[in-house]
Design a protein around this ligand. Structure first.
Ligand code: SAH
Length: 217
C-alpha cells in the first residue's frame, strides 16, 4: 500500500466506519477510490480529511462520510443502473461505479463535466458516462434507473426524476432551503406511482439549479 492508501484507509476507519456506515461494499469502495485525484493539486494533502473541499466553479467535492451515507442509502447489490445528478469532481460517480453495473451522471457546468470525464478515464473507470445538461430533468435516454442520487439540494423532488425511477428503485436527495440546511430524503418506488419517503438526516449541499430545481440567476 502507498502512503496515500494508508491515509485513506485510516480516514475510512475513523470517519466512515467509525461514524456508523456498515455496508462492507461501500467501505471497500471508499478505501479504493483515490479521492486525492479528484481535488485540486494544492489541496491534495487535505483529501484525507472528512470535509468538503472547493473544486473550482464555486462548487465542492462532498464530504466522504456523506458520499458513503448516500451510497449506502441506495442499497446497491452490484447489478444496478444508477443515475447521479451533480457530477462535480466525478468522485461520487467513481465510488458508485464500484457498487453497481453502470452509472450515468449529469453535470450542468460543462467545464466540470469535461474534467470529471478526463479524471475517470485517467483512472481507468469504464462504467460511467458523464453527460452535460440540466439534471433536474434526469437523463431520459437511459431511463429507467434502479437508483438515483442527487448531490445538490433542491426545493422538492423533481417529478422527472420520480418518473425515471424503476419500480422498487431508491432515490436519495437533499430537499430544503437553498442556502443552509436540507433534509436528506430517500424515496422508494413501491410500484406504480406509489412512493414511500423517509428522512435520513440533516445535510448542507450546494443548490440544485434548473427547470425542476432552484431558478438559475
Ligand atoms: N458528487 C460531486 C459533488 C458535486 S457538488 C462530487 O463527488 O464531487 C454538486 C454539483 O451539482 C455541482 O457540480 C453543481 O454544478 C451540480 N449541479 C447543480 N445543479 C445541477 C443540475 N440541475 N444538473 C446537473 N448538475 C447540477
Amino acid at each position: 500500500m502507498t502512503n496515500d492508501d494508508h491515509r485513506r484507509a485510516a480516514m475510512v476507519e475513523r470517519d466512515i466506519a467509525g461514524r456508523g456506515i456498515t455496508d462492507a461494499r461501500v467501505l471497500a469502495a471508499m478505501r479504493a477510490v483515490p479521492r486525492e485525484h479528484f481535488v485540486p493539486a494544492n489541496l491534495r494533502q487535505r483529501a484525507f480529511d472528512d470535509r468538503p473541499l472547493p473544486i473550482g466553479n464555486a462548487q465542492t467535492i462532498s464530504q466522504p462520510y456523506i458520499v458513503a451515507l448516500m451510497a449506502q442509502a441506495l442499497q446497491l447489490q452490484g447489478d444496478e443502473h444508477v443515475l447521479e445528478i451533480g457530477t462535480g469532481s466525478g468522485y461520487g460517480a467513481a465510488v458508485l461505479a464500484r457498487l453497481c453495473r453502470h452509472v450515468d451522471t449529469v453535470e450542468r457546468i460543462s467545464d466540470l463535466a469535461d474534467r470529471a470525464r478526463q479524471q475517470l478515464a485517467d483512472l481507468g473507470v469504464t462504467n460511467v458516462d458523464v453527460h452535460g445538461g440540466d439534471g433536474t430533468l434526469g437523463w431520459p435516454a437511459a431511463a429507467p434507473f434502479d437508483a438515483i442520487v442527487v448531490t445538490a439540494g433542491g426545493p422538492s423532488v423533481p417529478p422527472a426524476l420520480q418518473a425515471q425511477l424503476a419500480p422498487g428503485g431508491r432515490l436519495v436527495m437533499p430537499v430544503g432551503a437553498q442556502h443552509g440546511g436540507q433534509d436528506l430524503l430517500r424515496l422508494t418506488r413501491s410500484g406504480g406511482d406509489d412512493f414511500r419517503t423517509e428522512s435520513l438526516c440533516g445535510v448542507a449541499f450546494v443548490p440544485l439549479l434548473g427547470a425542476q430545481g432552484w431558478p438559475e440567476a
